[in-house]
Write a protein that binds this ligand. Structure first.
Ligand code: GNR
Ligand code: NI
Length: 176
């Protein structure tokens, strides 16, 4: 088990389109466990493999609240089969865009098919926070970030701020 470093905006890795998982083997299961550990440590409610630099179509979600039993979910090669016409708005955040939050409107419910950690085909009908989180994570697999769903003005402001933060942190930069 290990906590992996998170890839942060504006790292172009986040814009990669992840590749389908070809076999659900012990290597993939280890990555899923490491992702869960990384997500719990952050803490966050979801994590896509690309956020730890692995361009594979794998994501984990746990919506259990503090003090509740953990409820880890592993989704491999997830696909949205159906989205509701009804929309809902959630204040979203992203572990790859720390400390930035914005309201995003998405379909309120989705039906998703995926492979579970045993490689077994599953379907889930999700609504509420699970529907939002699944869409946020599946976006990551396609190189899409939640800031792509807000106004260009707000997005440009966030990207500029994170570019500056990355530059100020770059090796060789002197203080003062
Ligand atoms: O921890 C997270 N919280 C969150 C809140 C609202 C909508 C989506 C999310 S996912 C996010 C973790 C993350 O960045 N996953 O990719
Ligand atoms: Ni995210």
């Amino acid at each position: 088990m290990s906590i992996k470093p998170l890839i942060i905006l504006p790292d172009p890795i986040l814009r990669q389109v992840s590749k389908p998982v070809e076999r659900v083997d012990s290597d993939l299961r280890k990555l899923a466990v490491d992702m869960l550990e990384t997500m719990y440590d952050a803490p966050g409610i979801g994590l896509a493999a690309i956020q730890v630099g692995e361009p594979r179509r794998l994501l984990v979600i746990d919506l259990a609240k503090e003090g509740e039993e953990p409820a880890p979910h592993v989704f491999i090669n997830p696909e949205i089969l159906e989205s509701s016409d009804q929309r809902s708005v959630y204040e979203e955040g992203c572990l790859s865009i720390p400390d930035y939050y914005a309201e995003v409107e998405r379909p309120a419910a989705v039906r998703v098919k995926y492979l579970d950690r045993d490689g077994k085909l599953q379907e889930m009908q999700a609504e509420g926070l699970m529907a939002t989180c699944l869409q946020h994570e599946i976006d990551h697999l396609n190189g899409v970030l939640f800031i792509d769903h807000i106004s260009k003005l707000k997005r440009d402001m966030v990207v500029r701020k994170f570019k500056k933060l990355a530059k100020d942190k770059a090796p060789g930069k002197m203080v003062g």
